[in-house]
Design a binder for this molecule. Structure first.
Ligand SMILES: [Fe+2]
Length: 391
């Protein structure tokens, strides 16, 4: 294809179909999860993707909500069908141009073996030249050249390889040793907890020490439902970037469900367990790594790391889009020199951690400070947000 090359991005729709759980759900952060409206937002995004002729869609993880797996009988397959019916509007080739980044809710709805067998994920990887078997083990991290006439390379990472989420075929032992090392108490549990996002839940799992952590203490990331890349994947990432370096002519964008920079999360609990190790890799290859794109932290955030000249963006979730505030998707347009970004989303630049009045007594003060100092990146009004490609 000649002309503009565009990619659509959507994160964390967390689609539910269980009827009893479709009510809007207020969060301790002060926002509301609009389960009944989110499929409409996915439809709006997909129709815009088709209108703008995007070549790929990057689905940043948590396509489904773990509540689908907690009802009897489970309805994860129905939820997947419901969101497929909307996403398929995005492209004339159906879903084979949609890349699925693995999120924590996804591996609570389906095992890794199920995701391995998921036809559309396999077909998306076939479309970029990978030979994926129908069954058997393979990784959910891979890389590809999205546009044949441009010098970009996309790297899709799996930030839940190291995790204690049960029945998901993760590297549980590496996760347990990480959690034990930071003294967060007991790890692993037999079933999916009823509300893994609440502080009450965390204190029950990890003891009062967890709630005593400062709002910006990055040890908050060591919660049960979180995850990491692991040593094997990060070594693989270095090898991929070594190859790029040897070729000397490509720019790289990384995609992972979890953010890897403390300045793009509204709560440090969203950082990948080994975000710091990932940042070291990014720093070592900063000459050609342009951006790290993530989801997971539903409010979203953006920062430009001046030490590495790398952009970090957490894409906000359509699940928490109140009426009249847009549908929370982005479209990136690429050439060899620039990335232009537009969409239906506004994110905070360098968000202040846990500026949520309900979180604790100091949350209100942090929120007041945030209202005074926060700057917002508004992707909705113009093609004014540009990232300069390197070298
Ligand atoms: Fe998530």
């Amino acid at each position: 294809m000649t002309g503009p090359h565009r990619v659509g991005i959507i994160a964390d729709p967390q689609v539910r179909v269980a009827p009893a759980s479709l009510e809007d759900s207020p969060q301790w952060t002060g926002s509301v999860r609009h389960y009944s409206a989110v499929l409409g937002h996915v439809r709006t995004a997909a129709e815009e993707f088709r209108e703008r002729q995007v070549e790929w869609v990057m689905q940043m993880g948590d396509l489904l909500d773990n509540a689908n797996a907690r009802v009897e009988p489970p309805c994860s397959r129905e939820a997947l069908a419901a969101v497929e019916a909307e996403l398929i509007r995005s492209h004339c080739k159906g879903l084979e141009r949609v890349h699925h980044v693995i999120g924590n809710n996804d591996i609570q709805c389906f095992s890794r073996r199920d995701w391995t067998a998921y036809e559309w994920a396999r077909r998306a990887r076939h479309a970029v030249g990978e030979d994926i078997p129908e069954v058997g083990a393979y990784t959910h991290y891979y890389h590809f050249k999205p546009f044949q006439d441009l010098r970009w390379r996309f790297v899709v990472l799996d930030s839940f390889v190291v995790s204690v989420v049960p029945n998901a075929e993760n590297e549980e032992e590496e996760a347990k040793s990480l959690l034990r090392a930071v003294g967060t108490g007991s790890v692993g549990c037999a079933s999916i907890p009823p509300d893994s996002s609440s502080d009450m839940y965390r204190s029950s799992m990890f003891g009062e020490a967890y709630n005593a952590l400062a709002p910006d203490d990055v040890r908050r990331r060591f919660t049960w439902g979180n995850g990491g890349f692991g040593k094997v994947q990060l070594a693989w990432l270095r090898a991929v970037l070594d190859d790029v370096k040897a070729r000397g002519d490509e720019r790289v964008m990384l995609f992972a469900h979890n953010p890897v920079h403390p300045s793009v999360v509204n709560d440090p609990d969203g950082l990948a367990y080994d975000y710091d190790e990932c940042l070291k890799v990014v720093a070592d290859y900063q000459d050609f790594v342009v951006a790290c794109v993530a989801g997971h932290d539903h409010i979203g955030g953006y920062t430009y790391d001046k030490s590495t000249h790398v952009h970090h963006l957490t894409v906000p979730s359509p699940l928490e889009a109140s009426a009249g505030t847009g549908s929370r998707f982005l479209i990136m347009e690429f050439d060899d020199e620039m990335v232009w970004i537009q969409g239906s989303a506004t994110v905070v630049e360098n968000p202040i951690s846990r500026a949520f009045p309900a979180a604790d007594g100091l949350g209100a003060e942090r929120k007041r400070q945030a209202q005074l100092t926060h700057r917002y990146v508004d992707f909705s009004n113009h093609w004014g947000v540009t990232w300069l490609a390197k070298a």
